[in-house]
Design a protein around this ligand. Structure first.
Ligand SMILES: NC(=O)c1ccc[n+]([C@@H]2O[C@H](COP(=O)([O-])OP(=O)(O)OC[C@H]3O[C@@H](n4cnc5c(N)ncnc54)[C@H](O)[C@@H]3O)[C@@H](O)[C@H]2O)c1
Ligand SMILES: [Zn+2]
Ligand SMILES: [Zn+2]
Length: 399
């Protein structure tokens, strides 16, 4: 089959790889019909090279049709249309029972001290072949797979795999009071959806992003938007009676604009041999923390910060004095995808599209054009906000 493979920093290519097969009774094989590129894939593309092996199949936001199931899978059958969560979880262990599927004790990657294994997401998360491919093997399919209807287009359901529950969890964790104010820092796909979810729940939302098209898209959904500028924090504080918002979602992550020093550390780490770079990245402060620091500055005293942006440096410096003095509550983590499915399914099936899932994808490309998709999404060229790769459409003939 054809699959998107990681080849090196800022280098992915579509290659022939062996078709996946059922390896465990709890596996299923899915024929992929849509598979999105996530901001987390950009971290693999740019920063997390030391944890990747050339040829790794990447991608973790897929959906499609069940092709085959192992003997232990009864909840889905061949022919069913399903969405695949990016967190691989068993549904039975103590962590899953607490609704913490991203900490699943059955799939935890103990070698790296990580939580649940993830699809297509580096050695840190189990090096499981990912879903930007024609076919995908899904472990723990009986619990993981989300069965969906056949009427609506893929885009209604696709984001149940990751960014929609991630955004929902970000808003839950932010816990802004109804009629309160939530700032969403970063208006990429996760920030867009978090902002819309909070708006849908009656919270006033202020969104911040340096990219004009992303601000325009958020504004279409009733979000008051701000550019990233020297005085943005002051402007928002003024807008919130001098206190700052009740809660802030960080939907930026480790590659924030405006962190020159850590940016250099990331570049240097990316050029070292993996065996040297890996401990450096695990033990040093390599995150670009501009967004996180502005979030700590921005939130009101006693407010909550909800981090959905992914951070990776074990010693990234944090302003503990300010955090303690401001009495900040901090909540974070990979998404517990299956915890939020029941809340989200009716919303994505609602013809009124209350979360605007029909207004997010800017590019739908053949799987074969994955390299173009990664480049557009990372550089934010051509108004790119969300890319979906489609293994079922043939690439445009080259001229
Ligand atoms: N917790 C989870 O389970 C989970 C799931 C999905 C994605 N993520 C993470 O969420 C983050 C966002 O993902 P995305 O898909 O929206 O990606 P993205 O890269 O498109 O979004 C990041 C946005 O932040 C903006 N930005 C950069 N620096 C900024 C700054 N200093 N202040 C304000 N905005 C800034 C960028 O312009 C961009 O629009 C990534 O770190 C990703 O890894 C986490
Ligand atoms: Zn993701
Ligand atoms: Zn579990």
């Amino acid at each position: 089959m054809r699959a998107v493979t990681w080849q090196g920093t800022r280098h992915v290519s579509v290659e022939d790889v062996p078709d996946p097969t059922i390896q465990q009774p709890s596996d299923a094989i899915i024929r992929i019909t849509s598979t999105a590129i996530c901001g987390s894939d950009l971290h693999l593309y740019e920063v997390l090279g030391p944890f990747m092996t050339q040829g790794d199949v990447i991608g973790h936001e897929p959906m499609g049709i069940v092709e085959a199931v192992g003997a232990g899978v009864s909840h889905v059958r061949p022919g069913d249309r399903v969405v695949v969560p990016f967190t691989i979880s068993c549904g039975d262990c103590a962590m899953c029972s607490h609704g913490l599927q991203s900490q699943c004790e059955t799939t935890q990657v103990t070698e790296y001290g990580s939580g649940a294994a993830l699809l297509g997401y580096s050695k840190l998360y189990g090096q499981v072949p990912g879903g930007q491919a024609e076919y995908l093997r899904v472990p723990h399919a009986d619990y993981g797979l989300i069965k969906v209807g056949t009427e609506l287009p893929d885009e209604n359901y696709l984001f149940l795999s990751d960014i929609l529950p991630t955004a929902w969890q970000a808003v839950e964790y932010a816990d802004a009071p109804t009629k309160g104010t939530l700032a969403v820092v970063g208006l990429g796909p996760v920030g867009q959806l978090a902002a819309r979810i909070a708006r849908h729940r009656g919270v006033e939302v202020l969104g911040i992003d340096p990219v004009p098209e992303r601000r325009t898209m958020a504004a279409r959904h009733g979000i008051e938007v701000f550019d990233l500028a020297e005085d943005t924090v002051g402007e928002i504080r003024e807008r919130t009676e001098g206190r700052g918002p009740d809660a802030v979602v960080d939907a930026v992550g480790m590659e924030a604009d405006g962190s020159p020093f850590a940016g250099l550390a990331q570049t240097v780490a990316g050029k070292l041999p993996d065996a040297i770079a890996r401990p450096l990245m695990e033990n040093a402060g390599v995150d670009r923390l501009a967004a996180l620091h502005s979030v700590i500055d921005l939130v009101r005293r006693g407010g909550t910060i909800s981090l959905s942006g992914v951070y990776g440096g074990a010693a990234s410096p944090m302003p503990l004095l300010t955090m303690f003095d401001k009495q900040i509550q901090l909540r974070m983590g990979q998404c517990n995808v299956r915890s939020w499915t029941d809340d989200l399914l009716p919303l994505v099936e609602d013809p009124a599209d209350p979360l605007g899932v029909g207004d997010l994808v800017t590019h739908r490309l053949p799987l074969e054009e994955a390299a173009v998709g990664y480049d557009l999404f990372q550089k934010k060229h051509d108004g790119c906000i969300k890319v979906v790769l489609d293994p079922t459409i043939a690439p445009a003939p080259s001229v």
